[in-house]
Design a protein around this ligand. Structure first.
Ligand code: GLU
Length: 494
């Protein structure tokens, strides 16, 4: 897929929702509060505790682009939180309300996220203050290339030092421009394609990157539902089949998560919240049809097959089993946390629950699968893409046919034995087809992502269940991640 439908859309209304949080710490302070909560239960030397928490550097750039006959100035950021591993990694966000506090919070989350899922990167994040809907494609290309030029010349885009990716307001198209801009500036760099991930397939991308974050949310939920003890903590039983799910934000992440949960796990999507209101239907919404409507009409208003609720945020407070905030930070905050009825919240967005709301929800017994784990599918598949770019070969190219040949050998032998025994087995034709087929890149990517999500979940739940002083998955996630970062620093002699 290409074009605006790939985007995590950042609308001015959503931006207002996240900014209007009186009496609450900023996003970065909120991340620090959560970090401090975990660190208080660890045994780190105070100096290291601070070293890991603080953001190493944030670069601010103001550049001009001549558009429609006059120069327009844009403000952009690239923040590097921790370089305990290089390159550092994290998306670039295009939204009107991007600011230094936000990119620093997001960069910190990238550090912890990469550590938790064992993607060998430090944490970084970028942002450009822009409403992409105000510009046409050619203008967006000029602005993006100029921003990429400013970052590249300071090695803030670089295959070995800093590798951006898509985030809210950006997608494959922007990543292709960034990759090309870097290649133009570094004509002899054989690894130029590895300077950014989330590229289209024809520009060095990898199969399954667009769906990756949503797919990761699905794999995370599947893993959660494999553990009786964990389901019991959330007051849930059974499987995902028939569970009522509300999704806030049907951008790239929310759409893929909702679609996969509906089509492959039998979940019922009862609510979809967008910037112009929400759709609610206890019998379930057709995710694909709603998405098509949004792409065509710019929002959910007017969608014929469900009730439209103009104050969309109130739908987050409806009764449901699973709530998936998949848009902006701070949407569950002190003003609405006590009215949330979901048993389980899975944070597909970064920072959707403020530190204050987290306290309230924990008290209420709501289980939260935290952002640094829940949305790590994106960076995990980015890692695979980066490795693919550095190895200059598509995954599966060497093994696929060899794998098929070996499977063929087994099947031929089984059939020979069956014949010798008088045709008793009658092998199913569908099994034969499926068994014979060697894995292509998409299958390998999904398998690697599934494995990553399972292992990371198990590392969190072990801390959650085995330590009396840890009562929630977020603190457990921070402890696992911080411990890994601390070990890297120690190995460096710090
Ligand atoms: N922007 C995504 C995130 O927040 C992806 C980052 C990446 O792939 O580097 O995790």
């Amino acid at each position: 897929m290409a074009g605006p439908s790939d985007f995590e859309r950042a609308t001015t209304k959503e931006v207002r929702m996240s900014a209007a949080l009186p009496n609450e710490p900023t996003f970065r302070e909120s991340v620090d509060l959560m970090y401090n909560r975990a660190v208080a239960l660890m045994d780190l030397p105070p100096g290291l505790e601070e070293k890991i928490r603080v953001c190493n550097a944030t670069y601010t750039v103001r550049f001009g682009v001549r558009l429609r006959g006059q120069i327009q100035t844009f403000v952009g950021y690239r923040s590097v939180h921790s370089e305990h591993m290089e390159p550092v990694k994290g998306g670039i966000r295009f939204a009107s309300a991007v600011n230094q506090d936000e990119v620093e919070a997001l960069a910190a989350l990238m550090t912890y996220k990469c550590a938790l899922v064992e993607a060998p990167f430090g944490g970084s994040k970028g942002g450009l203050c822009i409403d992409p809907r105000q510009y046409d494609e050619h203008e967006m290309e000029m602005i993006t290339r100029r921003f990429a030029y400013e970052l590249s010349k300071r090695d803030l885009i670089h295959p070995a030092q800093n590798v951006p990716a898509p985030d809210m307001g950006t997608g494959e198209r922007e990543m292709a421009w960034i990759a090309d801009q870097y290649a133009r500036m570094n004509t002899t760099d054989i690894n130029a394609r590895a300077c950014v991930t989330g590229k289209p397939l024809n520009a060095g991308g990898i199969a399954g990157r667009v769906e990756a974050t949503g797919r990761g949310v699905q794999y995370a939920l599947r893993e959660f539902f494999r553990h009786e003890e964990d389901k019991a903590a959330a007051g849930l039983t059974g499987t995902l089949d028939g569970k009522r799910v509300i999704v806030q934000g049907l951008g790239n992440v929310g759409y893929h998560a909702a679609k996969f949960l509906q089509n492959e796990d039998g979940a019922i999507i009862t609510g979809i919240i967008e910037h112009d209101g929400a759709l609610f239907s206890p019998d379930g919404l057709d995710v694909e049809a709603v998405r098509e409507w949004i792409v065509k009409h710019g929002g959910v208003s007017g969608y014929p097959a469900a009730n439209h609720v103009s104050d969309g945020a109130t739908v987050m407070e409806e009764d449901c089993d699973i709530l998936i905030p998949a848009a902006l930070e701070g949407v569950i905050n002190l003003s609405n946390a006590d009215r949330i009825k979901a048993n389980l919240i899975i944070e597909a967005a970064n920072g959707p629950v403020t530190a204050g709301a987290d306290d309230i929800l924990r008290e209420k017994g709501v289980v939260i699968i935290p952002d640094m784990y829940a949305n790590a599918g994106g960076v995990t598949v980015s890692y695979f893409e980066w490795v693919k770019n550095l190895s200059h070969i598509r995954f599966g190219r060497m093994q696929r046919r060899q794998e098929e040949a070996r499977h063929e050998l087994v099947l031929t032998e089984l059939e020979r034995l069956d014949e010798a025994m008088g045709d008793k087995w009658n092998l199913d034709a569908r099994f034969k087809d499926r068994y014979l087929r060697g894995a292509d890149e998409l299958e390998l990517v999904r398998s690697g992502l599934d494995d990553t999500m399972r292992i990371a979940y198990q590392s969190m739940r072990e801390v959650w269940h085995n330590r009396d002083d840890v009562t929630d998955l977020r603190t457990a996630a921070y402890i696992v991640a911080i411990d890994k970062v601390a070990k890297s620093y120690r190995a460096k002699g710090l």
